[in-house]
Design a protein around this ligand. Structure first.
Ligand SMILES: Nc1ncnc2c1ncn2[C@@H]1O[C@H](COP(=O)(O)OP(=O)(O)O)[C@@H](O)[C@H]1O
Ligand SMILES: [Mg+2]
Length: 322
């Protein structure tokens, strides 16, 4: 197969609240692929009914959609049905990672550390507040189950704040949960398949100039300091990298991902979530982590593209009937 002749569709935009971020990621990826001489098709998705016709124009999908359809496994399933190779994780891992609660259940099943939580369910509303106060305590973190970019995440310090944040989150997103606040450092671990082996990249420590790493801190240049490598002792660094890599494998992720963690002052990591389609904007973490290992942006994009072909090669071949 001559990769240089393949039509590579970069899917970007979409309908999730992370549309603007996705357009920035997609633009950067298109530029990188063009610089490397690939046949690039920028596929901006403004309506879901554009997706299927767009896919008939391409041979390989470089998905740069964040959140919703694109990151949640549904687009991956469509691509599987159409037989179009695509970058990164498959259907199941994408779906698991998109649902923070299911991901946490898998982490626990593999004895991987994640903060205690209480799930909100409609029928539990009356005694739910008491459970949060008793089992989780304050401060705690109210989060939608399937969002990203810190959208809908609230850190609350009292029962009054909990009630207000819970009602707002329930009304906007429906399904949500409350997690124990983990003090300490905000760390993100990029995972990248390099020459056939999955590697945890140098850790990034995020020091937002705000109460936490919210949407503004994530996407406003200068609103957050990035410390690379993170200021952790060598032993803790290894522990965090190993936890991140195990979490990537526990969900069955493929090729690349970005694992978000909190690390306590005692050096204990807690997994927050895994992003299977990490941002590729100018302020995004995965490109920074790769750069710290000497992998430039275009090189990173090319390695990510490679995961589409590697995933195909690793699929079991159907038995040939004689
Ligand atoms: N349990 C927690 N303890 C402390 N801070 C948290 C916790 N959960 C989330 N946060 C803060 O909220 C941010 C977003 O949470 P995260 O679970 O990573 O969701 P998202 O998908 O929106 O990035 C984190 O990067 C962190 O700053
Ligand atoms: Mg996160």
């Amino acid at each position: 197969m001559n990769v240089a002749r393949q039509r590579i569709g970069v899917l970007m935009g979409g309908l999730s609240p992370e549309r603007e971020v996705s357009l920035r990621s997609g633009g950067n990826v298109c530029a990188a692929l063009a610089r490397r001489g690939y046949r690039v098709y920028a596929l901006q998705i403004d309506h879901l009914d554009q997706i299927v016709p767009a896919l008939y124009e391409i041979d390989v999908a470089f998905i740069c959609l964040h959140g919703g359809v694109g990151e949640d496994g549904t687009l991956q399933a469509l691509l599987e049905v159409l037989g179009i190779p695509y970058v990164g994780s498959g259907v199941l891992a994408s779906a698991l990672a998109m649902n923070k609660l299911q991901a946490k259940r898998v982490f626990l099943s593999q004895k991987l550390p994640t903060a205690p939580w209480v799930e909100y369910r409609d029928e539990l509303w009356p005694d739910w507040r008491a459970r949060v106060a008793q089992e989780i305590g304050f401060p705690c973190v109210v989060k939608p189950v399937s969002q990203g970019s810190s959208i809908g995440v609230h850190i609350v310090h009292s029962e009054d704040e909990l009630i207000a944040a819970s009602q707002a989150t329930r009304d906007e997103f429906g399904h949500f949960f409350v997690e124990k606040f983990i003090p300490g450092k905000e760390i993100t671990a990029g995972i990248l398949r390099i020459d056939g082996a999955d590697r945890a990249l140098p850790l990034i420590e995020l020091r937002p100039h705000r109460e936490f790493y919210d949407y503004i801190a994530k996407y406003t240049p200068g609103a957050c300091d990035f410390i690379i490598p993170a200021e952790l002792d060598p032993q803790t660094t290894l522990k965090v990298q190993e936890t991140a890599l195990r979490a990537h494998h526990a969900l069955g992720c493929f090729g690349f991902s970005r694992v978000d963690l909190r690390v306590t002052p005692q050096g204990e990591p807690y997994l927050l979530e895994i992003n299977t389609l990490p941002g590729m904007t100018d302020t995004s973490d995965l490109p920074k982590a790769a750069a710290a290992l000497g992998i430039g942006f275009d090189d990173l994009v090319e390695r990510m593209l490679q995961t589409a072909f590697e995933k195909e090669q690793l699929k079991p071949k159907p038995a040939v009937k004689s």
